[in-house]
Design a protein around this ligand. Structure first.
Ligand SMILES: [Zn+2]
Ligand SMILES: [Zn+2]
Length: 189
């Protein structure tokens, strides 16, 4: 798969961002500027100046647009969505080797607002996935009561749940109980 480590890092931020939405987990996780600030720190997003309520709104709006890429019905549709996100970000790709990370490309303009920063970086990560023909790796969790997303980076693209420890196990337990129930109701011969 033609996906670089940098793209993988961006995809991991993307998934974390999408799963903060009330649609994904029942309640808004980015409730205020402080929560957004904590997200930036946790995800080690660089070159972010102080955040405002406008940044919070911009990130919430971006989150909804990025989420659409996971539900796109075709590659054409996904490409159009990605292009719109990246175009709006006003990107300025440049090589950098800050903080001993080695040479890599920043797609966001220097000291861009957080919404534009994420639109450029996460939009480009999605662009690389589409370009690599790997759009099917952008998944919605298959657990019936879960609306979280994930990116399946497994070799055989076999991942079905956002988090096998919770969603996967919960389903296995539910299936086990259902089997037990049906075994109990089957009249013994
Ligand atoms: Zn960097
Ligand atoms: Zn799940």
């Amino acid at each position: 798969m033609l996906i670089t480590h940098d793209t993988e890092c961006a995809l991991s931020i993307l998934v974390e961002l999408l799963n903060t939405s009330p649609d994904a987990c029942g309640s808004e996780q980015l409730t205020d500027v402080a929560a957004l600030d904590a997200f930036v720190v946790r995800q080690e997003i660089s070159e972010i100046d102080s955040l405002t309520p406008a940044d919070l709104r911009a990130v919430q709006q971006l989150r909804a647009r990025l989420r659409e890429v996971f539900s796109a019905g075709s590659t054409d549709e996904a490409a159009e969505l990605v292009n719109a996100v990246v175009a709006a970000a006003g990107t300025t790709p440049r090589l950098t080797n800050h903080d001993h990370h080695g040479w890599h490309i920043h797609y966001f303009a220097p000291h861009a607002a957080l919404g534009d920063h994420l639109a450029a970086e996460l939009g480009m990560a999605l662009a690389f996935i589409v370009m690599a023909g790997e759009r099917e790796r952008l998944r919605n969790c298959e657990a019936p009561d879960c609306a979280r997303v994930f990116v399946d980076l497994s070799r055989n693209r076999s991942r079905r749940y956002c988090d096998s420890r919770t969603c996967g196990n919960r389903l296995h337990v539910a299936a086990y109980r259902a089997r037990q129930r049906s075994a109990e109701t089957v009249p013994s011969a």
